[in-house]
Design a protein around this ligand. Structure first.
Ligand SMILES: Cc1cc2nc3c(=O)[nH]c(=O)nc-3n(C[C@H](O)[C@H](O)[C@H](O)COP(=O)(O)OP(=O)(O)OC[C@H]3O[C@@H](n4cnc5c(N)ncnc54)[C@H](O)[C@@H]3O)c2cc1C
Ligand code: FES
Length: 281
């Protein structure tokens, strides 16, 4: 009998087959999911038995073997429970959901800028663009050195055509600044010539990346996060003001043109009741 695939409505139980402690508060969990072919930028709804079901970017894609991973940062009840899982533990998977990144990049190459656990959504994109032999600039930003996600793996995988920059808020590794500040500085010094910029991370960082790209007429795509329930366009919880774009279905990846019309981008999000939560500036 063929192995079961996840459906939109019902999580497929899977066992964790690998766990990497990436940073003190981020872990990568690996598992097999038959019958799916996620693309970079898509996400799974991950069910943590007895706790909750939450969206997680597909952080590693091996479609040949059907092996995938998520990288989870412990920030609240569900993420802490997922972070605590280990090899052999059971979780549930629905999806993949969302649109994914548009991986068409011109000869000028691409710049990828990830902040904190946002790099999880971007890692499969790095692999695809390297396979396409595009010139690639990766900016990895975190609060402090120990929180730089995939830092060692990026250092090891630097390939011809790839340049790797680091920023930390406290200056313990790379430049002492915020991720978007490093991007603006590198653009100013002429060290970044890219056709397209991809970003995922804290929304205030993504807003500044968007503005820097807009000023220079550079193409940009950003992967947004909002509270989600269904993950598949049914409940409306993840709708963005004012047009009602759904982060789970129309996104999570949005182009610069789309972001320009989203008034809440970089300003506020909503809690489970729909109440506005201003983003901390
Ligand atoms: C498409 C998508 C992909 C994501 N990918 C990842 C990933 O790869 N790794 C990862 O660690 N996290 C990811 N997240 C965020 C993750 O889903 C939330 O951190 C998680 O749902 C919080 O649940 P909790 O019970 O641990 O925290 P809660 O107790 O519910 O909340 C803790 C804090 O996180 C905020 N929060 C809760 N849910 C979200 C959300 N969906 N988006 C933004 N802030 C939220 C709350 O406002 C609160 O400040 C993703 C979110 C989306 C929408
Ligand atoms: S989470 Fe239900 S519509 Fe997006």
């Amino acid at each position: 009998m063929a192995a079961k695939s996840p459906s939109i409505n019902k999580p497929l139980p899977v066992r964790i087959t690998g766990r990497i402690q990436e940073t003190p508060r981020i872990a990568t969990l690996e598992f097999a999911v038959p019958g799916v072919r996620p693309v970079p930028g898509q996400f799974f709804m991950v069910w943590i038995p007895g706790v909750d079901e939450i969206p997680m970017s597909v952080a590693s894609i091996d479609n040949d073997r059907g092996i995938y991973a998520v990288s989870v940062a412990a920030v609240g009840e569900a993420t802490a429970a997922l972070f605590a899982k280990d090899v052999g533990d059971k979780i549930g998977i629905r999806g993949p959901f969302g649109n994914g990144f548009d991986v068409s990049v011109g000869d000028g190459g691409a710049c990828i800028i990830g902040g904190g656990v946002g790099m999880a959504a971007l890692k499969p994109l790095v692999s695809v663009l390297l396979e396409q032999r595009k010139n690639l600039i990766v900016i990895n930003a975190a609060r402090t050195k120990s929180e730089l996600l995939y830092h060692e793996s990026f250092e090891k995988s630097i390939a011809p055509g790839m340049t790797y920059f680091i920023s930390t808020d406290d200056g313990t590794c790379g430049e002492k600044c915020l991720g978007h500040e490093l991007l603006v500085s590198l653009l100013g010094q002429g060290k970044i010539r890219a056709d397209k910029v991809y970003t995922c991370g804290p929304e205030l960082m993504m807003r500044q990346v968007f503005l820097a790209c807009k000023e220079r007429a550079m193409r940009v795509e950003a992967s947004l996060e909002r509270m989600m329930r269904c993950g598949s366009g049914l409940c409306g919880l993840c709708a963005l003001d004012p047009g009602g774009l759904l982060v789970c279905k129309d996104g999570p990846v949005f182009s610069g043109d789309q972001l320009g019309g989203v008034t809440e981008f970089g300003n506020y999000k909503r809690d489970l009741s729909g109440k506005r939560i201003p983003l901390k500036k």
